[in-house]
Design a protein around this ligand. Structure first.
Ligand SMILES: Cc1cc2nc3c(=O)[nH]c(=O)nc-3n(C[C@H](O)[C@H](O)[C@H](O)COP(=O)(O)OP(=O)(O)OC[C@H]3O[C@@H](n4cnc5c(N)ncnc54)[C@H](O)[C@@H]3O)c2cc1C
Length: 502
């Protein structure tokens, strides 16, 4: 067995990104992946919104097979009466449908403002959060630079950013717009992947973080790779292997070995021990600290903070195989289709989930990749993210069945007859996602991306710069800054932090 100086736990987008960067700097890297195939949550995802341009370029993903079926998907906000709204261009640059002139003008102003604010925040994605600690040079320097950039927007925008960053998505939308379909679609986007409704405090900031992503150089755009998101994961795997990294699947890490108060390697389920001086965990920080390292190697305060870290997933994933193309009352099947209703419907779908119950009418983000790449057998694959879904209901089997029925009813209301086309249906609840992908609570970001768990508070105060609490241990997953999505940002930032540490 060859020896490795670095072991990476998890072959998701972040594990692969960090492995690639470290190997290109000369490290001998072994990636250990619990699942039978590498790629992690790229197989769960169905569109791209924040692939890190540094990662895309340095990994040469295009040369390893990444091609966009669409690098700028349009969104159709579905209406059960067929009176749909269509948003074309990044973040609905062009709006089609019977919307009032006043709403069109208000949306154009609000959209431009949101994109400006998101652009100010986007450099944060590509840096380690500053350390807020006594005796650390000038920890606020990096933040100050962002502050200066924000200030350069002018006094009016600067004040407005300060105001909306602390507000909630519902109030912001309600202040500016009146069309319930438009407000519903935007409220859905603002809360996608979170455990919060549009009326929850601070629901604008995570939305701005989402809008700071890009596809093929266009901020706020949404992309579909040819072959789906799994193909993006496969391109990352190929690029990493081409750098000489060994990726071992079916290799679940059970424990991180700590000897003499520093990391010495890992132990796999089954007992195999693999030694290395550096271990990078690209799985959720909470699991890493509490299960793999173990409380006895950690400071008691850190253990408490890790236990209190919030990781509640609110999104379920639906896969349908359809005998033929569905008809969403004339909507273009190549679009991202949203069943959001109004901003109130989005809030209503979150309410029962707070108490562990299934919503009657979950919102849905639907993709039909077959519309972009037809299959010889004529079957259609429909993928949907349905939210909200409870992560810890009292009866998991019943909640899964109830959620599937609620999703199918939502689809039937918007695409009459679709139920009769279903050949196969699978729904993954947040707890199924946890079991299959190792994301605690099935949480999109491997730990909620809420204001109190962002930046230098992410994953936890004191370990926000990717350096773990035990020498030789590093953290690199979506649970670290800047959060999740198939981006590779946290992995790349972690590699840079390791290089800086020498
Ligand atoms: C329902 C849902 C839908 C989503 N849709 C999208 C989308 O459309 N677009 C998008 O960009 N993002 C989407 N996301 C988010 C995205 O999937 C994650 O944020 C992203 O995959 C996180 O990347 P990561 O590399 O940090 O972790 P992961 O992708 O979770 O990878 C971690 C890897 O580690 C492995 N692992 C876990 N434990 C161990 C262990 N003990 N030993 C060895 N290996 C282990 C796992 O099997 C996994 O392969 C979605 C998330 C959810 C929950």
């Amino acid at each position: 067995m060859p020896s490795f100086d670095t072991i990476i736990i998890g072959a998701g987008p972040n594990g692969l990104a960090v492995a690639h960067r470290l190997a290109s700097k000369g490290a001998a890297v072994l990636v250990l992946e619990a699942a039978a195939t590498a790629g992690g949550g790229a197989g769960l995802a169905h569109l791209s919104y924040n692939l890190d341009p540094r990662v895309e370029k340095a990994m040469g993903l295009a040369a390893h097979g990444l091609e966009w079926a669409s690098a700028d998907l349009a969104t159709t906000a579905l209406s059960p009466d067929g009176n749909h709204l269509r948003l074309e261009g990044p973040v609905g640059e062009r709006l089609f449908g019977d919307v009032s002139d006043a709403d069109r003008a208000a949306w154009s102003t609000l959209r431009a403002r949101l994109l400006r604010f998101a652009a100010v925040l986007s450099p944060l994605n590509q840096m380690a959060p500053p350390r807020i600690a006594k005796g650390v040079g000038n920890p606020m320097l990096k933040l100050a630079m962002i502050g200066i950039k924000a200030r350069m927007m002018g006094a009016k925008d600067f004040r407005e950013l300060g105001r909306i960053i602390l507000t909630n998505a519902h109030d912001l939308l309600d202040d500016e717009l009146s069309d319930p379909r438009l407000k519903g679609a935007l409220a859905f986007d603002a809360t996608l992947g979170g455990w919060l409704g549009p009326r929850s405090p601070n629901s604008v900031l995570p939305w701005l973080v989402r809008l700071s992503g890009q596809v093929a150089g266009k901020q706020g755009a949404l992309g579909l790779p040819k072959g789906g998101m799994a193909a993006l994961g496969a391109a990352m795997v190929k690029a990493t292997a081409a750098k000489g990294v060994t990726i071992r699947c079916n290799a679940a890490v059970e424990r991180i070995l700590v000897e003499g108060e520093r990391v010495a390697g890992v132990i796999l389920a089954g007992g195999e021990e693999i030694r290395a001086a550096r271990v990078v965990s690209a799985i959720a920080p909470k699991t890493t600290l509490l299960s793999l390292v173990g409380a006895r190697h950690l400071d008691a305060g850190l253990v408490t903070r890790a236990r209190h870290q919030k990781a509640r997933g609110g999104a379920a994933k639906l896969h349908l195989t359809l005998r033929a193309a569905p008809d969403f009352r004339g909507a273009n099947l190549k679009d991202r289709l949203l069943i959001a209703g109004s901003e109130h419907d989005v809030e209503r779908s979150f309410n029962p989930v707070k108490y562990g119950r299934v919503p009657e009418r979950p919102g849905m983000e639907i993709m039909i990749p077959t519309a972009h790449e037809l299959k010889p057998d004529g079957k259609y694959h429909l993928s949907a993210i349905a939210q909200f879904a409870p992560h810890a209901p009292a009866d998991r089997v019943a909640a899964r069945a109830e959620m599937l029925a609620a999703c199918l009813a939502q689809l039937e209301a918007n695409a009459p007859g679709i139920g009769a086309l279903v050949e196969d249906a699978e729904i993954l609840m947040p707890y199924d996602i946890e079991a299959r992908y190792g994301l605690p609570g099935g949480q999109w970001h491997a730990g909620e991306l809420s204001v109190e768990q962002m930046l230098f508070l992410r994953p936890l105060p004191g370990i926000a710069q990717y350096k773990g609490p035990v020498p030789g241990l590093w953290l690199a997953s979506a649970g670290c800054h800047p959060g999740g999505g198939v981006s590779g940002s946290a992995g790349w930032n972690a590699a840079l932090a390791m290089e800086a540490a020498g």
